[in-house]
Design a binder for this molecule. Structure first.
Ligand SMILES: *[C@@H]1O[C@H](CO)[C@@H](O)[C@H](O)[C@H]1NC(C)=O
Ligand SMILES: *[C@@H]1O[C@H](CO)[C@@H](O)[C@H](O)[C@H]1NC(C)=O
Ligand SMILES: CC(=O)N[C@H]1CO[C@H](CO)[C@@H](O)[C@@H]1O
Length: 374
């Protein structure tokens, strides 16, 4: 029921977009090639699904700068939370841009020279300041990420571009990817011994709190100059091995559905919120990546989708749910849905990125390729 409403909203938003904005000739979509740069920059915000190494510079347990992380990545263990590339790594290269460097890894001097985008995402981070901090440690919450971007816009970009007008033009053509929200559940609401939230808020109220926080941060990004947004839904958290194994009694279904129901509330409210923002923030375009639906199906029927290893993590995981250091991972990484107990393997990231970049089923109301042409 809820999903058909979401779909209707997507449709409505698509038609309104077509009417109110002039698509720069929809059929003239160019295919990406290494030599062709489709957007001046890619800016990234979020959590471990898209962190490219910020946590290497923080005091945190959510740090993965060791093998076997990065076993399939050109530069080895970089702080990416899987065996290879994240979805934004694929998106960056298809836009004709370099991999987006982590903000904390750049010196002041480098920050004043970087004009192809910066990654502010941090493993364990959430929309709420406190999410992911109880035991895990430091993190860049969404608010801190926005504050760093504020600094980029106010102090660093003026060193590259001569006028405010040039900065605005550059930012309005850049792509902003945001993937956040899982830790507000995994490392907050679902941890009643460490956090109050589940006693204070019912699931609907908590979803509303998260989404109003999200709206505030997206509006800040808009005020700072962002126009083209790609919002990743939260995946089916109740299907991750960490959650399934932690639940007692063990669920009789592949996923813990009452946990998935929490996330669905968040995704549903987010979809409505970004549709609203598209209308209220002049010149903005929000596209939403349907991460939940496909991933849920893959978790229910892994073999049908070619994941013969099913939901079993590829690496040997410890109590932290991350891979244990220096252990040999599974031989066929492409056959598993999960790399460790929480994070998908590179293949899953590729499929999401590919679908959202040029497909017609992952991102609504348009794919990223079209977004670069609007
Ligand atoms: C829980 O809530 C109470 C009162 O609302 C507050 O005093 C306490 O600090 C909270 N505890 C945590 C861990 O947030
Ligand atoms: C950016 O930072 C300045 C202070 O340096 C502050 O006044 C302003 O409100 C911030 N803007 C946003 C959108 O957060
Ligand atoms: C970098 C860092 O440690 N950021 C924050 C992580 O979360 C805590 C708790 O909300 C903040 O106090 C830190 O500043």
């Amino acid at each position: 029921m809820k999903f058909s409403i979401v779909f209707m909203l997507h449709l409505i938003s698509f038609f309104l977009l077509v009417q109110t904005q002039q698509f720069a000739s929809v059929e003239a979509v160019k295919l990406p090639s290494q030599s062709h740069v489709l957007a001046p920059a890619l800016y990234v915000f979020g959590d471990s699904l898209v962190d490219s190494g910020n946590n290497n510079y923080l005091q945190t347990l959510a740090k993965v700068n060791y093998t076997p992380y990065g076993v399939d990545f050109r530069n080895g263990a970089t702080g990416r939370f899987n065996n290879g590339k994240t979805a934004v790594d694929f998106i960056a290269s298809w836009l004709g841009l370099p991999y987006v460097p982590p903000y904390l890894g750049l010196s002041e001097k480098q920050r004043r020279k970087t004009k192809t985008g910066i990654n502010y995402a941090s493993g364990a981070a959430g929309l709420l300041q406190e999410s992911g901090t109880a035991i895990i440690g430091d993190n860049l919450s969404m608010e801190e990420q926005v504050n760093y971007f504020n600094k980029t816009v106010k102090t660093d970009l003026p060193k590259i571009f001569k006028t405010h007008k040039k900065i605005s033009k550059y930012l309005s053509k850049s792509i902003f990817v945001i993937s956040i929200g899982s830790n507000d559940y995994i490392n907050n609401y679902l941890q009643p011994t460490l956090y109050n939230s589940s006693k204070i808020y019912n699931p609907e109220q908590y979803g509303a709190l998260l989404v109003s926080t999200f709206r505030k941060h997206l509006t800040s990004l808009y005020k700072l100059g962002a126009r083209k947004f790609v919002i990743f839904e939260v995946g089916p958290v109740g299907c991750t091995p960490a959650i399934v194994f932690r639940t007692t009694p063990r669920p009789t279904t592949p996923c813990v559905e009452n946990i998935n129901d929490l996330v669905k509330i968040f995704n549903f409210r987010t979809t409505i919120m970004i549709l609203e923002l598209t209308f209220t923030l002049k010149g903005s375009i929000f596209i939403s990546a349907d991460i939940y639906g496909k991933s849920y199906q893959q978790n229910l029927h892994p073999i049908k989708y070619g994941f013969t290893g099913g939901n079993t993590p590829c690496c040997a995981v410890g109590a932290s749910t991350l891979c244990l250091p220096n252990q040999k991972p599974c031989a066929n990484r492409n056959a598993h849905l999960y790399w460790d107990a929480f994070h998908p393997v590179q293949r899953v990231n590729y499929e999401v990125a590919n679908g959202c970049f040029k497909g017609s089923h992952t991102c609504f109301p348009m794919n990223i390729l079209k977004l670069t042409n609007v």
